[in-house]
Write a protein that binds this ligand. Sequence first.
Ligand SMILES: NC(=O)C1=CN([C@@H]2O[C@H](COP(=O)(O)OP(=O)(O)OC[C@H]3O[C@@H](n4cnc5c(N)ncnc54)[C@H](OP(=O)(O)O)[C@@H]3O)[C@@H](O)[C@H]2O)[C@@H](O)CC1
Ligand SMILES: Nc1ncnc2c1ncn2[C@@H]1O[C@H](COP(=O)(O)OP(=O)(O)O)[C@@H](O)[C@H]1O
Length: 284
Amino acid sequence: MQLPFRPSDSNKFTFGNVLNMAGSLNYRGAAYLSSVSALRVGAGYVTLAAIPPVIESVASQLPDAVYLPLPQCGSTMAKDAVQVILNRFKPGTVCSLGCGISAIEDDPHDLPFVVHALLDGLMKQKASLVLDADGLNIFATFDDKPKLSERCVMTPHPKELSRLLNVSVEEIQKNRIDAARDASKRFGTVVLLKGHRTVVANGNEFRINDTGCSALAKAGSGDCLTGIIAGLLAQKVEPFDAAVFGAKIHGIAGELAAKKLSDYGVLASDLPRYIAKAMLQLQH
Ligand SMILES: NC(=O)C1=CN([C@@H]2O[C@H](COP(=O)(O)OP(=O)(O)OC[C@H]3O[C@@H](n4cnc5c(N)ncnc54)[C@H](OP(=O)(O)O)[C@@H]3O)[C@@H](O)[C@H]2O)[C@@H](O)CC1
Ligand SMILES: Nc1ncnc2c1ncn2[C@@H]1O[C@H](COP(=O)(O)OP(=O)(O)O)[C@@H](O)[C@H]1O
């Protein structure tokens, strides 16, 4: 697989625009990790759409992103966030939705409304989208699921896929390829089933990733993967290839980080630097 081409006669918009909808009061790191990873894999412009306390935290660590403050309800986005986001969306913008958007238990929140309306609105505009974490968990609860497209990549871990398919984690793990394939057919998207030997499937084909190590088994590492895939989509890599290549880059970053810091000591927040090193390795 080829790295996205970087012409000399380029500017930041040559390498795409990511609109990352992420974070909540309790999960601010997820917003940081997904945004910085999209930049490190080569996206030209990343906007984090999040509630103000998340932006305050992330902006102090990441001056490289652009910020879109969203109306807040309890610990996460309010209904009015939908219009703010859809107003910002332009054709060609790549979206990612779900990293750390969770509401705190018993917190009054509008999140199911927000997720449904965003998916409807973004699909109408033919957006490319990575759907992860609570984006997936909330999508799983809808009786009237918004229709997704082949430009979407869903990135469940086994438990998230069990919620989507309504089968046990054990059943999924027994036959990971069929589970990923079933989900991709059912939802009409690319599906990336996380874990050791990540599986990527679309309706017709599948790939098994052979990079990565136990250093990646640390909270927040999946948020980095979401950012990587969004960043590749922004650079015009096709969705299936972005998922396959994204898993490979994520795995190489984990391996390179483990060589320096050990399988034990790698943090998810170490990965973005090693994503850059993985790109360097793949470039040669
Ligand atoms: N720094 C931050 O801001 C971070 C923010 N994050 C954000 O937090 C949000 C919630 O994420 P989370 O990690 O709290 O819950 P989640 O992964 O759904 O686990 C819930 C239960 O699912 C299961 N389960 C999980 N993995 C499994 C597997 N591979 N295979 C099988 N089962 C598995 C396991 O259930 P058990 O097996 O214990 O019954 C577990 O207890 C999400 O939006 C995310 O983006 C995180 O990325 C962390 C860093
Ligand atoms: N033992 C492992 N070997 C290879 N990759 C792993 C391993 N454990 C976890 N990963 C990868 O790390 C990421 C974890 O994502 P996820 O489960 O969503 O965690 P989080 O929500 O905390 O970010 C996935 O990409 C998964 O494939």
